[in-house]
Design a protein around this ligand. Structure first.
Ligand code: 5AD
Ligand code: SF4
Length: 427
């Protein structure tokens, strides 16, 4: 989401006559697009801002700006502790950026705008994208789910959807710019709702755009995955057989305290249903360990669900208390050493589960888009499967962006290895 927002911001600035420079020391203005999801993300931004203080000493006219969730969440803190920050803009205020930069020429006060909007979806602003295979397209903003650990509903405000027609125009533009993979983005993509239709309708419409080789979406909420969505995925070859399905925790007690609105059983049934509709569907997830009140027994339940579902991959986090959220007020916070050891145990298990899932692919022929040179060798390419798994293979006469068939010969860690299969031409 932040990559997309940064693309929006740089497009806005380019339209107003600014150009991007690669070296920070050459910049007249520096903007940090920030994230508040965990304390670690905020620490990273604070460290960078501290470094920028020296740049400002050398160039007093330099404008330093903080954008996004931290601007929303910590504006008073920032104004007090980092007085060299000039501009603070929340996620719904980016349109004001060119105007604010102009204003800054005559007004040296801090410029702050963190008002949240019920309507802003940056509808008519197509971002300039960087090179690559995949174009991110934001379809909705904000979130109304209020999971008790999560800061997003507070920093990004109420949920609102873009119009299908606007998303389709942006998809066509991305294809014309050479992108063949589209990833639809939202805090809760599948609660997308407009007078023109809901998420399955949108997915169908995007898949029908000429030149779109792959459609992905992230992240859905398990509660809102229905049969219609799975049927649309089944009916369209170019919608990837991959669902990122955040579990967060396996124990019913913790799921309830997290306000996730599903039970362990319901999640397991959903995973089963996904595989009934889409037998080869990759399923990935997000897990939080050390949520307030999580006992060893609760944690073991999480490990159990991971084993049962056999997730292809997982993003795994230690719970990070976010001031202002409900869970931050729970009195039974878990000590850091327990969180750390649970995270390590979880990572160890998931490593094996991913390896087992990947080993099942050995012998299969998978469709891969050639994406870049492999990090390890200039004689090999790396590309991604529909399930979003990296595959490394020897270079032949194919080029970046080609869609080819690869026979999987090995699986190591989270990477697959294979060789190109040339289709037999039937005469
Ligand atoms: N602590 C740890 N992880 C969090 N996430 C969201 N909020 C927190 C938090 N307070 C994780 C969830 C979510 C992912 C984007 O970030 O797993 O799905
Ligand atoms: Fe946060 Fe996702 Fe829950 Fe919304 S659905 S509150 S973004 S974790």
């Amino acid at each position: 989401m932040n990559v997309y927002d940064s693309e929006l911001v740089s497009t806005l600035l380019e339209k107003s006559g600014y150009t991007e420079c690669k070296d920070l020391r050459d910049a007249d203005a520096i903007f940090l697009n920030t994230c508040s999801i965990r304390e670690k993300a905020e620490d990273t931004v604070n460290n960078r801002l501290t470094n920028f203080k020296h740049l400002k000493r050398k160039n007093p006219n330099l404008i330093i700006g903080v954008l996004g969730c931290m601007a929303q969440n910590l504006k008073n803190d920032l104004l007090e502790s980092k007085p060299w920050v000039d501009v603070i803009l929340g996620p719904d205020s980016y349109r004001r950026l060119p105007e604010i930069l102009d204003e800054r020429k005559n007004n040296l006060d801090h410029l702050v705008d963190t008002r949240l909007s019920r309507f802003e979806v940056y509808e008519d602003m197509f971002p300039n994208r960087r090179d690559g295979i995949n174009a991110w397209i934001s379809i909705s903003r904000g979130c109304d789910k209020f999971c008790t650990f999560c800061i997003v509903p507070f920093t990004r405000g109420r949920e609102r959807s873009r119009l299908i027609a606007g998303i389709i125009s942006e998809t066509k533009q991305a294809v014309a710019d050479g992108f063949q993979e589209i990833t639809l983005l939202g805090q809760n993509v599948n609660s997308f709702r407009t007078p023109e239709g809901d998420f399955p309708d949108l997915l169908k419409a995007v898949a029908a755009v000429k030149g779109v080789s792959r459609v992905r979406y992230t992240s859905p909420h398990p509660q809102d995955i229905d049969d219609r969505l799975l049927q649309v995925m089944k009916d369209h070859e170019n919608i990837c057989n991959h669902i990122h399905l955040p579990l967060q925790a396996g124990s019913d007690r913790i799921l309830k305290r997290m306000n996730r609105t599903y039970s362990q059983k319901e999640f397991l049934n959903l995973a089963e249903k996904i595989r009934l509709y889409l037998p080869d569907c990759a399923i990935s997830t997000d897990i939080i360990v050390g949520f307030p009140g999580e006992t060893e027994e609760d944690f073991l339940q999480t490990l159990n669900v991971i084993r049962q579902v056999g997730f292809d991959s997982a993003f795994m986090f230690k719970y990070s208390s976010r001031p202002g959220t409900k869970a931050a007020e729970y009195t039974d916070q878990i000590p850091e050493d327990i969180k750390q050891s649970r995270l390590e145990r979880l990572i160890e298990l998931q490593k094996n589960v991913s390896l087992i899932a990947n080993q099942k692919q050995i012998g299969n022929i998978l469709q891969v888009i050639v994406e870049k040179e492999s990090k390890k060798s200039t004689r090999q390419w790396a590309g991604r499967t529909e399930g979003n798994c990296w595959v490394v293979f020897d270079k032949g006469n194919e080029q970046i962006n080609d869609i080819i068939n690869i026979k999987i010969t090995d699986a190591r860690g989270i990477t697959l290895f294979g060789e190109r299969i040339y289709e037999e031409v039937q005469v």
